[in-house]
Design a protein around this ligand. Structure first.
Ligand code: SAM
Length: 317
């Protein structure tokens, strides 16, 4: 069985990127009155305590949501020349107002923490449920027995009745059964743990099958940017898939530090932890690109851990 538990990673820089994009996308889709179905193929436990053992052990939220809340600025080291699509942020815009997408993300986190801070961190199921209207639907897939049980218990507290379905099923294998939904409006979030390298191929197969069944759905896929060929290839292959299907796409990445191994003063080699991640969307809202163009430089500025921090934003179709 899997060992990945999202509780160790909740609120990290990857969640900041993913949930900022998720909220901006949902806000747009919810402007239309017609019902929306959200399918979360890899839901996690739904709700996390950032002052609990898991998050405390990893400390990842301290470099993500907690850092964003404390508004610490990036180290002002000069950046080397940037590659064409990747932009470094050399000079912190100290006085710039917070970009709308970040302010909106923080307002949602605040809704779960009315006294301030981020003791409670909402995962994608709770973020989505918080924004949905009564006539919208949410389908949650989670396979890990412990997380599925916690998700069930967390969702039960919402007393949302038939609006939310929790399925202890393989999100890759069976989430397409909800496509297209009766209202023909859906957002599918795919956020696997990529614990096994076949996850990358399964994301692609899922997206191809989903597009065949429901070409006008919005698909949002998170992936880690790590030194692994499958991770490198995934956005390229998604781009090809979207282009061949004649669908618009958007690709945003956030890097917070170098991916190079480091050596400690005692001579031990250290892995850097997750240095970067990306969101790839097929049929993104047209409003997303300008929102991210304003937000990503600020995320780099606020979440940078070294001079390799950068973002990229690309769209096509
Ligand atoms: N989407 C969540 C969020 O943003 O709060 C985090 C999800 S976490 C990155 C990935 C989850 O997928 C883990 O809880 C893992 O147990 C679950 N998982 C792994 N493989 C799965 C599969 N084939 N189907 C459904 N869930 C799976």
């Amino acid at each position: 069985m899997f060992s990945y538990r999202h509780a160790f990673h909740a609120g990290n820089h990857a969640d900041v990127l993913k949930h900022t994009v998720l909220i901006a996308t949902l806000d747009h889709l919810l402007e239309k009155e017609a019902a929306l179905t959200v399918v979360d193929t890899h839901a996690g436990a739904g709700l996390y305590r950032l002052d609990g053992d898991y998050a405390g052990t990893s400390g990842e939220a301290a470099e993500g949501i907690l850092r964003l809340l404390s508004e610490k600025k990036a180290p002002a080291a000069p950046a080397p020349a940037a590659k064409s699509a990747t932009k470094k942020v050399a000079t912190p815009e100290a006085e710039a107002p917070l970009a709308d997408a970040i302010a909106r993300y923080l307002s949602v986190i605040h809704d779960f923490n009315p006294k301030g801070g981020a003791r409670i961190y909402p995962g994608s199921p709770f973020i989505v449920q918080h924004l949905l209207r009564d006539h919208d639907k949410l389908k949650l897939f989670e396979l890990h027995p412990t997380d599925a049980r916690t998700l069930d218990a967390n969702i039960a507290q919402l007393e949302a009745g038939r609006q939310i379905a929790v399925l202890r099923e393989d999100g890759f294998g069976s989430a397409t059964k909800f496509l297209p939904p009766p209202s023909r409006r859906a957002l599918v979030l795919m956020d696997p743990s990529y614990e096994i390298k076949s996850d990358y191929g399964r994301v692609l197969d899922f997206a191809a099958e989903a597009l065949k069944r429901f070409a006008t759905g919005t698909y949002a896929i998170w992936y880690p940017i790590i030194p692994r060929p499958e991770a490198h290839d995934l956005p390229r292959r998604l781009k090809t898939l979207a282009t061949k299907a004649g669908k618009p796409w958007l690709h945003a990445t956030l890097t917070v530090k170098s991916s190079k191994l480091t050596t400690t003063p005692t001579g031990e080699t250290q892995r850097p932890g997750l240095p970067a991640s990306g969101m790839f969307l097929i049929n993104p809202p047209y409003t997303l690109k300008p929102l991210l163009a304003a937000a990503l430089p600020q995320l780099v500025e606020r979440l940078a851990q070294d001079r390799h921090a950068a973002f990229s934003l690309d769209a096509g179709g």
